[in-house]
Write a protein that binds this ligand. Structure first.
Ligand code: FAD
Ligand code: SF4
Length: 551
């Protein structure tokens, strides 16, 4: 197989990717192997903005209606917010709807956006561009998603919601075609996957309705769509965002976005630089996972970007205090599952794909989808109304409206940066009407990769560069070293493909050795890029992974 990849000088990642083990993920309710069983009215998987907004709205509707519902939220991070990572510039719209009695100043935002700039970068120069309408952030707020999630979690608990942190949902429990709940991942297994003293077996949580709010590339949402054969017009596509938090000596007074360098012209993406405080800056690079160069490495590119005069000056004398990575669903309107509801189940937020890429916004869409789901679930439990009402509510809301307006903008960039840029400009001018139709996309794993020497992986020697090993340390990751691997991989991949994985993973989980692919699973920060392009990701023991504080 190694010969095959070399002879064509390119390969298709899908050829080496294991399939989702559906028979292990979707299991019958009552299957053997579980310890405790808990009965809930509504179970929400994932304590992100989508899941928590759903819990809050549902708890409030219940209280107002004088009834009682047992609502549980399951989160794989050890504490709320520790697996949350975003930019973030937040549109406050969904906050205002969820908390009509509060003022903007009550919300967990750091500061309003007062100034902004967009630059096209070359290796050592920059051109200021007029801010495209989709990137105008006047009226929005800079925030940390970790802080937002902790704040929303506290509001949910005040309303009587049970939030269980440190419990990853690993399997979907079903009865015929209906979703009945989830089974959690076991804890305390040894490297070979055997139970150890002090470990714990999985638990079953069953509910009348299960809301899957697992965020980007949600395992259970994916499994449900595949199991129920729910199609989408285009496959979902993703970008990988690598982010750093810097304490700086110089203040930054504006939100900055950049395009161009250091990305090759056949990759889609750009950077963001947001001031959280006068001397605390969030900066990140986001790159579409349909890039063509097998040696492209988003972490290394971010290190390069920091050498640009624009950032070098800002970061001089400063210190990187936190690092993290996460994927973003980028397909937009045409990648939404045809329905996001089924028997006993709804899909929320990133797990459904509610992200508008031209504006890099997902938080308020996630929350709004959670609010709509809560209203549909409440009616379902009260009067038996179909959960399909959730789809109707979202389709009639600004969530679907906004995504429809920008439906082809990201997709136009499959033709490269310059052609894509021209088409996106025309779409902006015509509200998405021209050029019309639907741009067809390939799944990221189906895009052929070109072999090339790529960038040198090292980041040493630069004043502000960070190696992948140091980066993982700064993510707070303290996963037990003796944990079994949670990544389903083929170890017999050609060395070119192993090197591709090593470049793709921002956390240095993969190494291409003489003996094939080596996997250092505890390094994983759950960004999910691997699940899009390579070995499949599965949930591991609760509390594993990063411990983000202000991402
Ligand atoms: C680099 C980057 C920059 C971004 N910038 C912005 C921005 O500036 N503005 C904006 O509005 N949006 C931005 N977004 C998008 C935004 O962050 C997401 O759209 C939003 O967080 C989605 O919310 P969610 O609740 O659906 O998912 P998430 O926030 O991802 O929350 C999902 C939760 O589910 C948990 N979970 C996952 N699987 C399981 C499981 N099996 N069991 C238990 N728990 C599980 C996760 O740990 C997580 O806590 C950005 C995203 C990235 C990656
Ligand atoms: S192994 Fe973990 S950190 Fe690496 S790409 Fe996959 S999900 Fe991301």
């Amino acid at each position: 197989m190694a010969k095959e990849a070399r002879s064509t000088e390119q390969f298709v990642p899908a050829q080496y990717q294991p399939r989702l083990p559906l028979d292990q993920i979707v299991i019958q309710d009552g299957s053997e192997g579980a310890g405790d069983r808990m009965d809930l009215d509504v179970l929400i998987v994932g304590a992100g903005p989508a899941g928590l907004a759903c819990a809050i709205e549902l708890a409030r509707l219940t209280k107002t209606g004088g009834s009682e519902l047992n609502i549980g939220v399951l989160e794989k991070a050890e504490a709320l917010g520790e697996h949350s990572l975003s930019g973030a510039v937040v549109n406050p719209r969904a906050f205002r709807e969820l908390f009509p009695d509060l003022k903007d100043s009550d919300f967990p935002f750091r500061a309003p956006v007062t100034k902004e700039a967009v630059y096209l970068l070359t290796a050592d120069g920059k051109w200021r561009l007029p801010t495209p309408p989709s990137m105008r952030n006047h009226g929005n707020f800079v925030a940390s998603l970790c802080e937002i999630v902790r704040w929303l979690g506290a509001k949910a608990e005040e309303l009587g919601v049970n939030v269980f942190t440190g419990f990853p949902a690993a399997q979907l429990l079903v009865r015929d075609a209906a979703v009945a709940g989830v089974r959690t991942a076991p804890a305390g297994l040894d490297r070979e996957g055997n139970p150890t003293p002090g470990g714990s077996v999985p638990n079953d949580l069953v509910a009348k309705v299960t809301a899957l709010a697992e965020g980007t590339r949600g395992l259970l949402a994916q499994a449900w769509c595949e199991w129920q054969r729910v199609p989408s017009e285009n496959p979902q596509i993703f970008a990988l965002g690598v982010k750093e938090l810097w304490e700086t000596k110089q203040p930054l007074d504006r939100v900055i976005h950049t395009l161009g360098w250091p990305l090759p012209s056949d990759a889609f993406g750009g950077s963001f630089v947001y001031p959280l405080e006068q001397n605390l800056v969030a900066l990140g690079l986001v790159v579409g996972l349909d890039y063509r160069d097998a040696a492209l490495d988003v972490h290394v590119l971010l290190q390069r970007l920091k050498q640009h005069p624009l950032l070098r000056t800002l970061l001089a004398g400063g210190e990187m205090v936190e690092w993290g990575a996460k994927t973003i669903p980028e397909g937009g309107f045409y990648s939404l599952p045809q329905r996001r509801s089924g028997d006993g189940v709804v899909l929320l937020g990133d797990a459904a794909g509610f992200v508008d890429v031209p504006s890099l916004k997902g938080i308020h869409y996630a929350m709004q989808s959670g609010i709509s789901a809560a209203r549909a679930i409440f009616q379902n439990l009260k009067s038996g109304a179909a959960l399909a009402e959730y789809d109707r509510l979202v389709d009639a809301s600004y969530v679907a409206g906004d995504l429809y307006r920008t439906r082809n903008m990201r997709l136009a960039f499959r033709d490269g940066f310059f052609l894509g840029g021209i088409q996106a400009a025309l779409m902006t001018l015509t509200g998405g009407r021209f050029p019309g139709g639907r741009y067809k996309m390939h799944a990221d794993a189906d895009v052929p990769r070109r072999l090339s020497p790529g960038l040198r992986p090292g980041s040493g020697g630069t004043s502000n560069g960070v190696s992948k090993v140091d980066a993982v340390f700064k993510s707070g990751n303290s996963t037990r070293d003796t944990i079994p691997s949670h990544l389903i991989a083929r170890h017999d991949v050609p060395s070119d493909v192993a090197r591709f994985y090593a470049h793709m993973c921002p956390a240095g989980v993969y190494e291409a050795g003489d003996d094939g692919l080596r996997i250092n699973a505890p390094n994983c920060v759950d960004c999910k890029a691997t699940d899009v392009l390579g070995p499949r990701w599965t949930p591991r023991e609760g509390g594993s992974g990063p411990k983000y504080k202000r991402m």
